[in-house]
Design a protein around this ligand. Structure first.
Ligand code: SF4
Length: 216
């Protein structure tokens, strides 16, 4: 990793911290297990949609023991509106069963342990580590990937390789503050289809060659 990239990475995070001094997940949760469940359900939908179904889900199944024993059709009915409800129901029930079987119902605070749970990938595990446990972790979703590539903090497309590049660029203590800021900035300014480069506070340091010109 060359110094100009490191320098750019530093400026990016500094400016995003200025823009978003306090930031965390928009998912509502009371404990790490609820965040784990909600993060799984949040795939391909908005956090608002997840928050809309979460109270009913957690009222009916207040912990991993209850959800592990749930009937899939009942869970599907509750989370139906979030899309991909069959796969998501299977994932949260199996994940809860794994938790009961191997971790006594406690959500582990270690990446290698978390990814052994069915339905839990690196991205979900990293969200839970950073948000619920306050541990150093970088979750790479579609926004983090797009921003990291446009800002040339990585040249990779594979999320795990991007995560490794970001880990190498930033001090460990900063890791947990990266994803949520990149995600919010990706939603607000550096949108996928038409990034608002003309009003972007990173414009002067961003090497992206196809910047959007100001509207006429
Ligand atoms: S200048 Fe454009 S491409 Fe670069 S970070 Fe800003 S919005 Fe994204």
């Amino acid at each position: 990793m060359t110094d100009p990239i490191r320098h750019r990475a530093r400026l990016v995070l500094r400016r995003l911290k200025r823009r978003y001094p306090e930031i965390g997940t928009a998912l509502d949760y009371q404990n790490p297990w609820e965040l784990l469940v909600s993060t799984i359900i949040s795939a391909q939908t908005t956090d608002e949609n997840v928050n809309a179904v979460a109270p009913a889900l957690f009222a009916r199944y207040p912990g991993p023991a209850a959800l592990a024993g749930a009937k899939l059709e009942d869970v599907e009915q509750i989370i139906y509106s979030t899309g991909f409800f069959r796969q998501k129901s299977k994932s949260i029930v199996s994940m809860s069963a794994d938790l009961m079987e191997r971790y006594g119902g406690e959500v582990p605070d270690d990446l290698d342990d978390l990814v052994t749970l069915r339905g839990v990938g690196r991205k979900t595990a990293s969200v839970v580590l950073a948000e619920a446990w306050g541990k150093p972790a970088i979750a790479v979703d579609t926004h983090v990937k797009r921003l990291s590539r446009r800002l040339e903090l990585t040249e990779h497309a594979d999320p795990t390789k991007i995560e490794m590049d970001l880990r190498a660029l930033y001090d460990r203590r900063q890791w947990s503050g990266i994803s949520m800021r990149f995600i919010q900035f990706g939603r607000d300014v550096c949108e996928a289809r038409r990034p608002r480069c003309y009003e972007c506070p990173l414009n002067d340091i961003c090497p992206y060659p196809d910047k959007t010109p100001p509207p006429e």
